[in-house]
Design a protein around this ligand. Structure first.
Ligand code: FAD
Ligand code: DLZ
Ligand code: SF4
Length: 508
């Protein structure tokens, strides 16, 4: 039986389940650059160039290993621009009997894929995506009958199941979580190691030129292009992280410094999410660094928790809750996304810096996404659909399965607390403590009201007041309502007045 094996742009692993059982005498791999995938949200130019270059490199490697590959480029004359019609075209061209594909990362694509068999009149096998450490069925079983899901409990199960940082049934060091030693403010004089950087080769350059020609209306800078685009390069970038940054990862995980977008983070999300790296090899590399005394436990445990904990947890929630999860809006937020999320044209220096870096790198680290860009969207009441679209398009590691739960669940609390126990809403104190942004800001971080006051300070209270009905009974927030209720009327009026004024300018 001749089989067409379809590999999507985020499945760039030779171990992908759709390749298992490949018969070199009869089978062919199909990979295609799909106009609809690049434009259903207007992805950052650098993200499109990265993925197309990684896809082309992967196809070349497959060919060199003896696989027959049908690779459709974006501007090939016959390219129809959709997955289904490209599969149909190839099946007809070579008369295949069977289609095999690995389960896609996004619900949108699965819905389409489930129509292939009937619409194309050919059997289609959708195989499990076994790159993840917890299957969607296992997650559903774990989540069953739990009213609220907590990442920390899930994470402990994953540590035990995969025997990571364990002494028999106990966690190494005696604790499951070392965050009390993490999250230090940035010290002056930190020597932050240079991140991984590759030079664009001929394949990347061809793709960059194509993206520049066809996607000029998309957000973001194409140059400089420095991403890893092969597995070997991605492994080098992982190795650089383990050698040079991991030891300080924990301590400075939340720190933000103007002009230092990469800090001590790993920058492997791009590669993990498209298949160039596999989660367990990253986890094992970090664990080994701990046993070889190259990195302390607080950093290693913190890093491993992000991968076997958060990453698997948000994926589990995505598949458990889709398709309804995409429309959750607990607070009924409906303000339009301010234009400065695209232009960086705002007096708020923290947002200005984070948007500029996002535009340049298709990357911002977790706390920039959470406490600056996300927090502002939350406390100013931006429509979750628009916030999700922004986060999905601007980051090179963004795919809906991981972006949506982080945005709707973690930052916007749009799911009413299914993923997080309380909204991450905050005034300016945390940004001021963890960054040097406030020093160069037109607003005064210590001022709570008035034209010079930092907008985060009054918007935080206004957010609580606007959403009192939904939040007052949350025991992790109720204390803040007591504080607000003790404020005098002048103070409350000032909060309302300053917030209204600022929110009016956002809508313009
Ligand atoms: P590091 O900080 O070095 O962490 C290591 C790895 O852990 C990451 O590469 C990632 O694979 C995993 N990880 C860490 N935190 C999370 C998390 N909360 N959820 C899932 N995995 C996590 N991550 C994405 O991969 N794609 C997204 O589209 C995405 N959107 C986000 C949107 C918001 C609003 C927030 C708050 C977080 C988002 N995250 C997303 C999670 C996290 O911010 C990124 O994974 C991280 O910044 C990627 O940079 P890094 O590779 O340097 O990660
Ligand atoms: C993100 C993306 C982009 C921009 N382009 C393509 C493409 O041309 N071809 C492809 O196979 N995949 C692409 N992807 C990744 C897909 O969007 C991803 O595979 C699905 O969203 C499922 O996760
Ligand atoms: Fe951001 Fe406020 Fe600090 Fe300015 S003062 S950088 S707006 S937190």
């Amino acid at each position: 039986m001749s089989t067409l094996r379809v590999i999507l742009g985020d499945q760039l692993s030779p171990k992908i389940s759709s390749l298992q059982g490949f018969d070199a005498s009869k089978d062919t791999i199909l990979m295609c650059e799909i106009w609809n995938e690049a434009t259903y949200v207007k992805h950052h130019k650098k993200k499109i160039a990265f993925l197309f270059s990684a896809m082309r490199h992967f196809a070349e490697e497959l060919k060199a290993s003896g696989y027959r590959v049908e690779y459709v480029k974006l501007n090939d004359r016959d390219n129809t621009g959709f997955f289904k019609t490209e599969v149909e075209r190839t099946v007809k061209k070579y008369n295949f009997d069977y289609v095999v594909v690995t389960h896609p990362g996004e619900y949108r694509v699965l819905r389409d894929m489930l129509t292939w068999e009937q619409d194309l009149g050919i059997p289609v096998k959708i195989k499990l995506d076994d790159r993840f450490l917890c299957t969607t069925d296992e997650f559903a079983k774990w989540a069953k009958d739990k009213k609220q899901l907590r990442m920390e409990n899930f994470y402990r199960e994953m540590r035990k199941k995969h025997s990571i940082l364990m002494n028999d049934s106990d966690p190494v060091g005696g604790q499951w979580n070392y965050d009390s030693e993490n999250r230090q403010p940035p010290k002056s004089g930190l020597k932050i190691p240079k991140p991984y950087s590759s030079n664009a080769d001929g394949i990347s350059q061809e793709v960059i030129d194509m993206v520049s020609e066809h996607f000029s209306g998309h957000f973001g800078d194409l140059d400089p292009f420095y991403f890893a685009v092969t597995r070997d390069q991605a492994l080098q970038s992982l190795q650089m992280f383990i050698e040079h940054r991991l030891k300080d990862f924990g301590a400075y995980q939340d720190a933000m410094i103007e002009g230092e977008p990469w800090m001590y983070h790993s920058h492997i999300g791009f590669y993990l999410n498209c298949g160039l790296l596999l989660p367990m090899e990253c986890v094992k590399a970090a664990e080994e660094a701990f046993y070889q005394d190259k990195a302390p436990l607080n950093s290693v445990e913190g890093f491993i928790r992000q991968i076997i904990g958060w990453r698997e947890f948000v994926r589990g929630i995505y598949w458990l809750k889709m398709p309804d999860y995409a429309n959750e809006n607990f607070f009924g937020a409906k303000r339009n996304l301010p234009n400065f999320y695209w232009t960086a044209d705002t007096k708020m220096n923290c947002i200005h810096q984070c948007v500029l870096e996002t535009k340049k790198n298709a990357y911002a680290h977790h706390i920039q996404r959470l406490m600056v860009l996300g927090n502002f969207a939350l406390i100013s009441g931006i429509d979750p659909v628009q916030v999700n679209e922004w986060f999905l398009s601007v980051y090179a590691d963004a795919y809906e399965w991981v972006e949506l739960p982080n945005v709707s669940g973690m930052i916007l609390f749009a799911d009413g607390g299914y993923l997080a126990s309380k909204p991450y809403a905050a005034g300016a104190n945390y940004i001021n403590k963890m960054s040097n942004y406030c020093k160069n800001c037109s607003y005064k971080v210590k001022e709570k009201n008035g034209p010079d006051a930092c907008p985060f300070n009054y918007l935080y209270w206004d957010f609580l007041v606007r959403n009192r009905d939904q939040l007052q009974s949350n025991h992790r927030v109720s204390m803040m309502y007591k504080t607000y209720d003790r404020m005098d009327e002048d103070k409350k009026n000032a909060i309302r007045h300053d917030s209204q004024k600022l929110l009016d300018t956002l809508s313009q």
